[in-house]
Design a protein around this ligand. Sequence first.
Ligand SMILES: Cc1cc2nc3c(=O)[nH]c(=O)nc-3n(C[C@H](O)[C@H](O)[C@H](O)COP(=O)(O)OP(=O)(O)OC[C@H]3O[C@@H](n4cnc5c(N)ncnc54)[C@H](O)[C@@H]3O)c2cc1C
Length: 394
Amino acid sequence: MAVIDIAIIGAGPYGLSLAAHLGRTRRSFRIFGEPMKFWSEHMPRGMRLKSEGFASNLSDPNAEFPLEAFCRERGIDYADVGLPVALDTFIAYGTEFQHRYVPGLENVQVVGLTHSPAGFELSTSSGEVLQARRVVVAIGIGRFASLPHTLENMPASLVTHSSAHSDLQSFKNRQVVVLGAGASALDIAALLIEAGASVELIARTDTLRFHDPPREPRPLLERLREPRSGLGTGWRSRLSCDLPTAFHLLPESIRLRAVARHLGPAPCWFTRDAVVGRMPMHLGATLLDAQIVNNRIQVSFKQREERQSIEADHLIAATGFKVAISRLEFMHDSLLKRIRCVSDTPILRRRFESSVPGLHFVGVVAANSFGPLFRFAFGADYVAKRLGCHLATV
Ligand SMILES: Cc1cc2nc3c(=O)[nH]c(=O)nc-3n(C[C@H](O)[C@H](O)[C@H](O)COP(=O)(O)OP(=O)(O)OC[C@H]3O[C@@H](n4cnc5c(N)ncnc54)[C@H](O)[C@@H]3O)c2cc1C
């Protein structure tokens, strides 16, 4: 069996950007996955991106096809800052990027990954088994959806995670409880209202902290105090974007705290008008339990020391994601055991390499090692250039 140099698992912004750069090298590689699947199947249609236009690019070797170029070609309004990018536009851009720069993408899932004398053995959903010297895991966040324990065993007809939805039209005329106070929760609530659902929000936080709309141009002093970056304004975000290698050198405890605390899930300025005053919001509320009553969901929560309950046709938990590589069922146990981890995330060396030589992790799984930049598409350029360059030479 022929052994390829590199296998990339996942075809989102990270996998596609890296593949585009590897296409320019002499390395033999294959990339597996459905292009932009997380964005097209696990985010609600009608959503707009949180990242600004200039921070929503995939990375090609000549830097000739940023989102701006795609929008120009298609006659879509575009601005570097201040004009939210429609989800549909971003999906169409990623798909076009794949056609142009990664035409060899194989639209199959990797269902098995283990060691082999050559390095690694992968099996795919089409039944093929192949060998690769190196593997780059670029699987994004979709596999790590996190539900509160109380909701874990509820039927999907009554309780779902926010990432289970791309089309909210089926909730027309239905009562829906949305749990959470982040961007996903408020986006979903806004789109449910637009679809004709009756929505109530339950959130732990006492106040919703919407991001402010970006202001451009900004006075010099403000630009110095709060420099702009692909992750927003402020020095922490700026340093995360410019110096991921320095971040990697920080002590582990500092890195973990920084990644957990930096850029909480605040909702965007552009959803404020669509939700404030348009639905009951139970803020400062702690979820207690949930029960099925007459085929509906009854949710109980504590608010100001009082127990309250509401009933609805469905509950959507916009309760985020928690990376846990032990949940990667396609990885063989013997391989998983060899990956040194902290908080169930791989401890990565330089070049995004895990403790298993030749096994690399990029995107959100790399954030605890290299910083918050890698929770966003903006980090794909760094990975494609740095890791692409390294893989071309090893
Ligand atoms: C609601 C929501 C909104 C967001 N908005 C933004 C935003 O505005 N801007 C931003 O930068 N980031 C945003 N993010 C974060 C976003 O998830 C990451 O930026 C982005 O997905 C990173 O790209 P990726 O390539 O790492 O992952 P993904 O885009 O998730 O791509 C990974 C791909 O790998 C595939 N895959 C997984 N397992 C396998 C397998 N075994 N075999 C083959 N393929 C596999 C998945 O199906 C997926 O398509 C948002 C996240 C959420 C949940």
